[in-house]
Design a protein around this ligand. Structure first.
Ligand code: UDP
Length: 238
C-alpha cells in the first residue's frame, strides 16, 4: 500500500540551476526528463501540484544590471528565461502523460495562458499541473516571492523548494566543510539568522500565512516523492 500523503495541494519551486545538470548553462535534456519523472510520480498520487521554475540556468537580472543595462530591463529578461524553462518542463511533463498549463504573469497569448487566479484553481481541480511563469511580472524580485505568493493564492498546504542542496545549512556546505544541516527551523529563525535559502519577502509571506516550506535536493531521482512522504533528507520550516 502506498503511504498516504500529508498534503492535498502543494507548490514545487524548482530552481533553474537544477535544469542545467552538470552543464554550465541552459537545459540539459537528461536532467529535464529526470526532474519531470519525479514530478510525474508525485502527480500520479493525486496531489494537486503547482510549479514555479526559476531562470538562473539561462539568465539572472543581476548579471547585466549595472553593466550598461538597467536593472528593471535585465529583470524582465530574467522573467522571460523562466518562461523558457516553464515551456521545457511542460513539454517534458506532457511526454510523461501529465496534463499541464503554463500561465504567465506577463501575457504572451501565442505561447501560454495569462495568469488568472480562478482559472488556475480550476485547472488544478481538473488534475492539471499549473506552471506559473514570468515570476510576479515585476522586476526587483527573484522567483522565490512568486513561488510564495502563488502558493498562498492557490491555497497550497506547503511549498517545496527543490534545489541542488539537500536542506538548509548553518553555512554554505560547498564552501564550509563544518556546516551542518538543520532538520527543522521556524520562519522567524530563517529571517533572524539571515539564512540565505529564500528571499526575505518570500519567507515573511509564508510566515504570515503559516505555510511550511520544505527544502530538499531534487537532483536525486525519486527524492520528491520520498520527501513528500516525510522521508529522505530535507529541512522543514514551520
Ligand atoms: N525575476 C524578476 N521578477 C520575478 C521573478 C524573476 O525580475 O518576479 C527575474 C530576476 O532577474 C531573476 C530572474 O528573473 O534573477 C530568474 O529568476 P531566479 O533568479 O529566481 O531563478 P533561479 O535562481 O530560481 O534559477
Amino acid at each position: 500500500m502506498p503511504k498516504p500523503l500529508p498534503y492535498k495541494k502543494i507548490l514545487l519551486k524548482v530552481s533553474g540551476e537544477v535544469l542545467m545538470g552538470d552543464s554550465a548553462f541552459g537545459i540539459d535534456p537528461t536532467t529535464l526528463a529526470r526532474v519531470a519523472e519525479d514530478i510525474a510520480e508525485v502527480v500520479k498520487t493525486g496531489v494537486e501540484l503547482c510549479l514555479v521554475v526559476g531562470g538562473g540556468n539561462i539568465f539572472r537580472g543581476v548579471s547585466l544590471a549595472g553593466h550598461g543595462v538597467e536593472r528593471a530591463t535585465a529583470d524582465y529578461m530574467g522573467m522571460l528565461a523562466t518562461v523558457l524553462n516553464a515551456l521545457a518542463l511542460q513539454g517534458a511533463l506532457e511526454n510523461k502523460g501529465i496534463y499541464t498549463r503554463v500561465m504567465s504573469a506577463i501575457p504572451m497569448e501565442a505561447v501560454c495562458e495569462p495568469y488568472i487566479r480562478r482559472r488556475a484553481i480550476r485547472h488544478l481541480e481538473k488534475g492539471r499541473v499549473v506552471i506559473f511563469a514570468a515570476g510576479l511580472g515585476a522586476p526587483y524580485f527573484t522567483t522565490d516571492t512568486p513561488a510564495a505568493l502563488r502558493s498562498i493564492e492557490m491555497g497550497c498546504e506547503a511549498l517545496f523548494k527543490g534545489t541542488s542542496v539537500d536542506g538548509v545549512y548553518t553555512a554554505d556546505p560547498k564552501k564550509d566543510p563544518t556546516a551542518t544541516r538543520y532538520d527543522t527551523l521556524s520562519h522567524q529563525d530563517v529571517l533572524t539568522r539571515d539564512l540565505k535559502l529564500m528571499d526575505a519577502s518570500a519567507i515573511s509571506l509564508m510566515r504570515d500565512n503559516k505555510i511550511p516550506i520544505v527544502v530538499f535536493s531534487i537532483r536525486e531521482r525519486g527524492n520528491f516523492l520520498k520527501v513528500l512522504q516525510g522521508e529522505g533528507v530535507h529541512t522543514t520550516i514551520t
